[in-house]
Design a protein around this ligand. Structure first.
Ligand code: 4AD
Ligand code: MG
Length: 473
């Protein structure tokens, strides 16, 4: 039995063996034991018979122990049940002078440096259990709706987003790579016989599969060598990319909204205890912050609101009008300029969702020039059938589009974006053989985990974050 099962079924009188890690050891009598199955600790009561004086001195915060004993009703406050030990075995000691995680509150920054041990804290165990719940919910959603999970390659020769933010994959001797006559590196001699990278997105491959299997999704690691040291960017993050044949932009938006709501409802139903803990934590943190930076409602209330209300849908052009007519703009409070054609900055996105609409917003039909080559050109020849979903506190959580399915148009777009036709021959061929309308989107998994847990830095929702100048652990 683990602590989660014990607390939910209260099997008083049962003899059990329980392994876990010591959170605290009080008065040489009470051990708060945690086994990771849930946020709660189980109180272990020891005496001279179950734990010798000598062994008692070896138990400190962080130690791993195995306890034999009987589950008894607890007279202490804060718990209904406790474990009266008959025997305690020390599996792994923890030197109190060296173990960095103490019961006092540590900053998240400090714990990031101790990512190998931060799983042992209540905050991070809650975050990573919820991360698991979300991952499970995602697979559940697509499975129940008839989608096929496609494993897109991690090593690729193409740049799906065309932003050039890629990590090269090579087994060349970096000191001495083979060179062509003109002095440039000869990737023809490299492992794959061409210049390859870590993928930035599984979308292009998902499209190939969707144009045969109908409804597919990928869920894998993606990599971006963008040098942005923000609280919302990682160099390695996980992305979920559904792709659906015959869907147009509106159907794509419907799918995205339904999917996000399902994920949120799933954690509300299955992760309530961890959510409550993080909600408490957020409220405590908020007390230290200036009023304008505080949350407007408690975490669970915010999630329930999203699950139960329709997302706002507006076009990019409407969004620009809202921004231009805002008093925020008139008082010159935006740092970046606002005009039709700009790529919205995070201050603009956050104004729309946090101040103006105060709910998630689906923004559609962006100017063609600021979006990727594969997005479908609209009738106006100025905008593309793009769709971003913006949420309070995060900004962009989903980016997607209806795809350009017309061969000639796509070829033209490749030219405009300087994408060599021969590198995309396989993608282009799907538009020659049985092409059809289709659409999809990408959800940044860590941004979803941030949204659901209320954590404000993306480095705190992935076990081992990869960011510029940091790949420890
Ligand atoms: O908007 P993006 O770049 O879209 C794509 O990659 C498309 N191929 C998706 C598709 O249509 N199939 O990225 C999608 C999402 C963003 O909305 C954001 O949530 C997340 O991925 N994302 C990042 N998350 C963490 N760190 C980064 N550096 C991210 N870049 C994008
Ligand atoms: Mg995007």
């Amino acid at each position: 039995m683990n602590i989660k099962e014990i607390i939910s079924s209260l099997p008083i009188g049962t003899n059990i063996q329980l392994n876990g890690w010591v959170r605290t050891f009080r008065n040489e009598q009470f051990i708060a034991l945690n086994d990771g199955s849930c946020i709660s600790n189980l109180q272990v009561v020891v005496n001279a018979d179950s734990l010798s004086e000598e062994d008692s001195k070896r138990i400190h915060t962080g130690a791993c122990i195995s306890v034999h004993g009987t589950l008894t009703e607890s007279l202490g406050k804060g718990q209904a049940i406790e474990l009266t030990a008959s025997k305690v075995e020390i599996l792994g000691e923890s030197n109190p002078n060296e173990f960095p995680i103490q019961m006092k509150k540590h900053s998240l920054e400090f714990l990031r440096e101790k990512a190998h041990l931060r799983f042992r804290t209540s905050t991070f165990s809650a975050v990573f259990r919820l991360r698991h719940q979300l991952s499970f919910a995602i697979h559940n959603y697509f499975n129940q709706n008839g989608f096929v999970n496609i494993h897109a390659p991690i090593i690729t020769g193409s740049d799906a987003e065309g932003a050039g933010e890629m990590f090269t994959v090579s087994n060349f001797d970096l000191e001495n790579p083979p060179r062509k006559e003109d002095g440039t590196i000869d990737f023809g001699e490299d492992f794959f016989g061409k210049h390859t990278h870590l993928t930035v997105s599984g979308q292009l491959e998902a499209e190939l599969a969707a144009l045969a299997l109908g409804k597919v999704y990928t869920f894998g690691p993606t990599f971006r060598a963008e040098n942005s040291n923000t609280s919302r960017h990682l160099a390695e993050f996980w992305m979920i990319e559904p792709e659906v044949a015959f869907n147009d932009l509106a159907a794509n938006a419907d799918l995205a909204e339904d999917f996000l709501k399902y994920c949120i409802r799933y954690v509300l139903e299955n992760g309530k205890e961890d959510l409550l803990f993080l909600q408490e934590r957020e409220a405590t943190e908020d007390k230290q912050k200036p009023t304008e930076e505080r949350q407007t409602a408690p975490l669970i209330e915010r999630l329930e609101f999203v699950a139960n209300n329709t997302f706002e849908r507006i076009t990019y052009t409407e969004a620009i009008d809202i921004l231009l007519n805002s008093s925020h703009y008139k008082k010159k409070k935006f740092k970046y300029p606002v005009e039709w054609g700009i790529d919205l900055q995070s201050e603009h996105e956050r104004f729309l969702v946090e101040k103006h609409f105060q709910k998630p917003v689906i923004l559609t039909n962006y100017p063609a020039g600021i979006k990727a080559f594969y997005m479908r050109m609209n009738e106006d020849q100025k905008t593309v059938a793009a769709m971003d979903i913006l949420v309070p506190g995060i900004g962009e959580i989903i980016g997607g589009s209806q795809r350009e399915e017309r061969y000639e148009m796509l070829l033209e777009k490749c030219k405009q974006f300087n994408i060599p036709e021969e590198s995309m021959w396989w993608y282009l061929e799907t538009r020659k053989f049985g092409t059809c309308q289709h659409a999809g989107f990408g959800l940044g998994f860590e941004r979803l985990v941030m949204y659901v847990t209320g954590m404000t830095n993306i480095r705190d929702v992935i076990p081992f974050p990869r960011t510029p100048k940091n790949a420890e652990f």
